[in-house]
Ligand binder design. Structure first.
Ligand code: ATR
Length: 269
């Protein structure tokens, strides 16, 4: 697509942002659907000024990543009720200068779990950061029995308290015999790829194990879970789904997820 005076601008704001795969994802989609737009990454330190520039420059849509998902809320005109309940925004839509914040992380994590059933299942979330908040909200909403296992137990207890869950020690994650185990910590992420957030004994045949780390796609946790007879869901799945929802909010187009998956799997080789 040739860049012209009519080209729409989309962006990601984060710090650091250099490793973000969002520009690759969104420029692939803009190109694939022949939408006259471009998506750029901005390493931002002052989120308030960056948000003011969205309306000033007419940037159509913004992805928000670490560490601004919570702090950005006060600078927006409107917050979608689900993003409000989660307490985090990862997507901004600019409609004629009016900025609305959404959270597409939670459906992206919950959607691939739905086919295994969530209601009445024991679900253990490892970690208590921004991603864990979005996922815990979704698990609670779907009627799962929520456990939060976090390194810092105070943070785990606060998150568990928000969504009617129970906080447990990280070392006890296996004891509760979860049906679904979700890693939201950065343990296993490049370059420290030889570590996993729980011991291999926690992983029992028949469990569903999901990792939100997508670099590498096959984390040690997922490799070990696969060898133990667990069903695994990789972080690329959530990453693509949250991005596809952002793209829909901005353009009105519902993209074909499988094409994006192929594109990223090819890139990873
Ligand atoms: P995000 O927004 O992606 O969830 P975050 O807010 O930085 O990122 O949260 C990261 C989570 O991973 C935190 O719960 C953190 O635990 P603490 O609350 O104890 O800091 C967890 N985490 C990060 N590194 C970890 C490690 N090496 N072992 C265990 N937990 C870790």
């Amino acid at each position: 697509m040739t860049i012209t005076a009519r080209t729409d601008v989309f962006a990601v704001f984060g710090h650091p942002v250099i490793h973000s795969k969002s520009p690759a994802l969104h420029n692939f989609l803009l190109n694939r659907y022949q939408y006259n737009g471009v998506y750029l990454a901005f390493d931002v330190t002052d989120i308030q000024k960056a948000i003011e520039s969205v309306a000033t420059l007419g940037i159509k849509g913004v992805s928000i990543t670490i560490p601004f998902k919570t702090s950005v809320i006060e600078y927006l005109d409107k917050i979608d009720p689900e993003a409000q309940a989660i307490g985090a925004v990862n997507t901004i839509v600019n409609q004629n200068g009016r900025l609305t914040g959404y959270n597409t992380d939670y459906t992206a994590a919950i959607e691939p779990l739905k086919k295994f059933g969530i209601q009445h299942k024991t679900v253990c979330i490892l970690g208590a950061g921004g991603a864990a908040h979005a996922i815990a909200y979704g698990i609670h909403k779907e009627g799962g029995r929520l456990f939060i296992a976090n390194r810092t137990s105070e943070k785990g207890a606060i998150l568990a308290g928000k969504f009617n869950g129970e906080s447990i020690d990280l070392s006890r994650a296996g004891d509760i015999r979860p049906d679904i185990l979700i890693n939201t910590t950065s343990v296993g992420m490049f370059p420290d790829i030889d570590v996993m957030p729980v011991s291999p004994e926690c992983l029992k045949k028949g469990m569903v194990v999901m990792d939100i780390v997508y670099n590498p796609i096959q984390t040690l946790l997922l490799k070990t879970a696969g060898q133990s007879g667990c069903t695994t869901i990789d972080g690329l799945t959530m990453f693509i789904l949250q991005g596809a929802s952002q793209f829909s909010l901005w353009t009105g187009i519902t993209p074909d997820i499988s094409q994006v998956r192929h594109y990223f799997s090819d890139q990873d080789r």
